[in-house]
Design a protein around this ligand. Structure first.
Ligand code: MG
Length: 440
């Protein structure tokens, strides 16, 4: 008889201080949720979503029931975030698989909102079944980025669709027909941001027990940096006649496991609503602290090393960055206005010129000649030349012209009044004429 056998592993990672991911391993329902929104919000969002998902799906174990369960989970997270100021803005991804009957056959239905993923490992090849609802994925679709560039893009954490951000949500659905040997992997982005598809495929090829495979994938993500919470669910379609063995894990990750007959009669099918299982036909994964999860039960607490914490980037962060850009643009504009709004009188060659800008320049703004006056340096007192070489600031072009006119008048008055010669240069303003002024 064909059965589904499953297990999960979840770990806080190497950087964060709490695990905002939640894995659910049931009899006919499996899920990963990756919460975000502050220290408490992320955990509350992912747990709220999983609780609602499990509860609502138990009432209608069909494809439509699964989609409705995701919509109800979205509503539950939205309601919780809207009613509690400390949780406002929280959200979560969800990727779930469920065994549903369609056209008289049992199928595996997958639903997805966000960037947690589902993969199918079949005949040695790994293929992604879900589509990320992320900014970089949209850029890949529009041709702006290659898939390889998207994996290292600094904005790869920005999501375009999550549960809890809006009262309504669109749900992506994929249905696959399970065949013996198929393996499904549900995971949070903490896995795929650290471990590439080839390495995931190699692990799935080498480790045939779902608990061992899930645990190894989580360990690989930790080994590669573990910058985020890491959660993996592995669901195997197995032939009960094949021998299976228990595989202990050596990490401190949390493990859950379950097994389920597939293709049985409706009478023998597991009862999701009551939380009971059909007769398990496959071995249960043995782990250091095995955790048999009953449907509707609260996800277990997460443990892990206390390390500095990083935040997931959301659309709110994008809005903040845009606001920052606007402020920076305003500062640049103000600096430009300050640097170019004034004028000064200086010397260009042997004639006086009116410059726009600040003497010597300001930051990256350099002054430039606005008016060549035609007045030569010989028409003003030699004692004024040092000031002119340094630049005499004036508030307007008219004021600069007036200042030059005053300089000429000063020189003419001195020459007319004293018959001064070049051998007795004036060192101060004459009393017979007004001194050069900054007044316009
Ligand atoms: Mg994550």
């Amino acid at each position: 008889m064909t059965s589904l056998r499953s297990a999960s592993a979840s770990d806080v990672g190497m950087v964060r201080t709490n695990n905002q991911d939640v894995a659910f391993v049931g009899d006919v329902l499996w899920a990963v949720a990756d919460g975000m929104g502050g220290h408490a919000g992320g955990e509350v969002a992912s747990r709220t979503a999983i609780d609602a998902l499990v509860k609502v799906f138990s009432l209608d174990q069909s494809l439509q029931g699964l989609e409705e369960a995701v919509r109800e989970a979205n509503q539950a997270v939205w309601d919780r975030g809207s009613s509690d100021p400390e949780l406002r803005g929280m959200g979560t991804t969800v990727t779930a698989a469920a065994l549903v009957r369609r056209d008289g056959r049992e199928s595996l239905a997958l639903v997805n909102v966000g960037d947690s993923r589902a993969y199918l490992f079949q005949d040695g090849r790994l293929s992604q079944l879900t589509e990320d609802h992320s900014l970089v994925q949209e850029m890949v679709r529009s041709g702006e980025l290659s898939p390889e560039e998207a994996t290292i893009h600094p904005r790869r954490h920005i999501l375009t669709r999550v549960l809890g951000m809006d009262p309504e949500v669109d749900v992506d659905t994929v249905v696959v027909s399970p065949t013996v040997g198929d393996r499904l992997v549900l995971c949070s982005d903490g896995l795929v941001n650290e471990v590439g598809d080839p390495e995931i495929a190699d692990t799935m090829s080498l480790l045939t027990e779902p608990g061992e495979a899930a645990g190894r994938l989580v360990q690989l993500a930790r080994d590669h940096g573990g910058n985020d919470n890491i959660t993996v669910v592995v669901i195997d379609v197995v032939d009960d006649d094949a021998a299976s063995s228990a595989v202990p894990l050596s990490t401190d990750m949390e493990i859950s496991a379950g097994a389920l007959p597939l293709g049985g009669s409706p009478d023998s099918a597991p009862d999701l609503a009551s939380g009971t299982m059909g007769t398990p036909a496959a071995a249960t994964i043995v782990a250091p602290e095995p955790r048999e999860r009953t449907l509707g039960a609260a996800p277990p607490p997460r443990t892990g090393p206390a390390k500095p914490r990083t935040r997931r980037v959301t659309l709110r962060v994008v809005a903040f960055l845009l606001l920052l850009l606007v402020v920076l643009a305003g500062v640049v504009t103000a600096v430009g206005w300050f640097a170019t709004r004034s004028y000064y009188v200086g010397i260009d060659g042997n004639q006086l010129a009116i410059y726009q800008g600040r003497p010597g320049g300001f930051l990256w703004f350099q002054p430039h000649v606005s008016v060549f006056t035609g007045v030569t340096t010989s028409e003003v007192l030699p004692s004024r030349l040092d000031d002119l070489r340094n630049g005499m600031e004036e508030p307007s072009v008219a004021a600069a012209h007036q200042y030059i006119s005053n300089l000429q008048q000063e020189a003419r008055s001195l020459q007319a009044g004293s018959g001064a010669t070049a051998s007795s240069p004036a060192t101060s303003s004459p009393t017979t004429s007004p001194p050069p002024s900054n007044a316009p």
